[in-house]
Design a protein around this ligand. Structure first.
Ligand SMILES: [Fe+2]
Ligand SMILES: [Fe+2]
Length: 495
């Protein structure tokens, strides 16, 4: 099972072992496997925002390595001598066409041959390396051409310059290399982290990814701006803190709390709305604050007050981030229903609240860096990427989960919420006592990401699936399909 193999590899990686993956061709299954390992490694090291970038670069490197092996194979099949200039030129005239027209044949022949591509992934103190080796030497002319392309690519500032300039694309890798270099530049990984070398036996492309990225100076300013922004966020208003305290006291007279809530109309609306939400499935509609307290209890009321106050502060300060809240609402709905389905009903409400707030760091991230949005938008368009958050995180060097954790601490949110916000992309790092809530948030979020085609079942950590006895892709998909249906029904206009 891919999930368990890749989770095991990610653990081995964490324990300092070198991971080795051997392949002969870059078919879909192979790329999915490699992407899954990389995704898990990055998530565990709080670098999930590099996922798209690293996978794109690695795919490019693998394709080139396989192509180099296919070239050897082609020359052998055609009985051409690569070291002979005339033979080489003759072979190169038809090679590209040949591998395009005979993909299945090439894949088959490579599998039978001793041409292999091996990927080594290893962790160091300051980062990790990915070495892709193929067991055929590179032609000196090719190495020269590639190196000069990399040097040239280092001089580009953005994609528009590339489009005007890339003309020599005789083997297709021209543009790929340039893009790779630009990715490395903009992420702060750095252009010099990519190295290509060769001897008589192998060719090796290596990529060094530091755990601490060095974003460009201008980006550091934005990072500082975000941290300042978090520092300057208002704390919860006094009456909310008071209410929180009252809810913590089991001796309290419910009527005092109900009266206090009623004085804040927008809080009253939120309490009623959330009490009637998927988190608290009751037969009867809750109409008054008093009923709400009776039915959901003080502990849950406290969570509702906290969640709605957090959202209110962010809403008042940063408008127009509806997509983030819409996503959070859906995640919360999924998390709650997952709890019921997976036999952890008792934490359903906590999971609902955690999922409701899990991406709150994104709101601050998106709004603070909005000065850059014009520039980001161009990048996103040029790269054909789906969301700008990833790019913003890459350029800023701080993830929305870290920002979220800082906000959660500032607001003294309950510890289970802090953990869920901080670790919803790296659930294995969460504290044991909050594990189930974090795992449910993670799974619900993954389902949303899969719907948006941003993730894949194989990217999910095995430990999480195992915890809830989800044994294969089919059962996961079945649960997911059921939740999608429930969510659609829930949102259907009432007759
Ligand atoms: Fe997230
Ligand atoms: Fe999310």
């Amino acid at each position: 099972m891919i999930v368990s193999q890749t989770s095991k590899m990610a653990s081995d990686f964490d324990n300092g072992q070198t991971i080795a993956l051997s392949l002969s061709y870059h078919n879909k299954a192979v790329i999915r496997f490699v992407s899954s390992v990389i995704s898990k490694i990055l998530a565990r090291n709080n670098l999930i925002y590099l996922q798209d970038t690293i996978i794109t670069i690695l795919r490019e490197i693998i394709v080139n390595a396989v192509k180099a092996n296919s070239k050897r194979l082609y020359f052998r099949v055609q009985s051409l001598d690569m070291t002979d200039e005339e033979d080489y030129n003759l072979g190169m005239q038809h090679f590209k066409e040949f591998i395009l027209d005979n993909q299945a044949f090439v894949e088959d022949e490579l599998k039978k041959s001793d041409y292999k591509v091996v990927i080594y992934i290893k962790k160091f103190e300051a980062g990790f390396s990915i070495n892709v080796q193929n067991n055929s030497p590179i032609h000196p002319d090719e190495l020269k051409r590639i190196k000069s392309r990399i040097e040239k690519a280092k001089k580009y500032n953005d994609f528009s310059e590339v489009y005007c300039d890339v003309t020599d694309d005789s083997e297709g890798e021209g543009l790929g290399l340039v893009l790779t270099v630009l990715f490395l530049k903009s992420t702060g990984i750095g252009v010099n982290s990519l190295q290509i070398s060769s001897n008589e036996k192998i060719t090796q492309t290596s990529l060094l990814v530091p755990f601490q990225l060095k974003p460009a100076v201008v980006m550091n300013k934005i990072q500082q701006q975000i941290l300042d922004e978090v520092r300057d966020l208002p704390t919860f208003p006094e009456h909310i803190t008071e209410l929180e305290k009252l809810c913590a006291n089991s001796e309290v007279d419910y009527r005092i709390i109900a009266d206090k809530i009623s004085l804040d109309p927008s809080l009253s609306v939120s309490v009623l709305k959330l009490s009637n939400s998927a988190a608290f499935i009751t037969r009867k509609r809750i109409e008054t604050i008093g009923e709400a307290i009776n039915i959901i209890g003080l502990k849950n009321l406290r969570a509702i007050i906290i969640a709605s106050s957090a959202r209110r502060i962010l809403d008042e300060r940063y408008s127009s981030f509806r997509q983030v809240w819409d996503h959070c609402n859906k995640t919360a709905f999924y998390a709650r229903h997952l709890a019921a389905k997976l036999g952890v009903e008792r934490i359903g409400q906590n999971a609902y609240m955690a999922a409701l707030l899990h991406d709150l760091g994104k709101i601050v991230l998106l709004s603070t860096s909005s000065a850059l949005s014009e520039w980001m938008l161009t990048l996103v368009r040029n790269r054909g990427m789906r969301s700008s958050t990833v790019i913003e995180e890459v350029s800023i060097g701080i993830s929305h989960s870290s920002i979220g954790e800082k906000i959660a601490r500032k607001w003294n949110l309950p510890e289970y919420l802090v953990d869920a916000i901080e670790w919803h992309h790296a659930p294995l790092s969460s504290r044991k006592e909050y594990r189930d809530v974090v795992y449910l948030t993670y799974l619900a979020d993954k389902m949303c990401a899969i719907e948006d085609k941003k993730s894949d079942f194989f990217y999910i950590e095995e430990e999480v699936l195992e915890r809830f006895n989800i044994n294969n892709e089919e059962s996961f998909t079945e649960i997911h399909a059921d939740l999608m249906k429930k969510f659609a029904e829930h949102n259907a206009p009432k007759q």
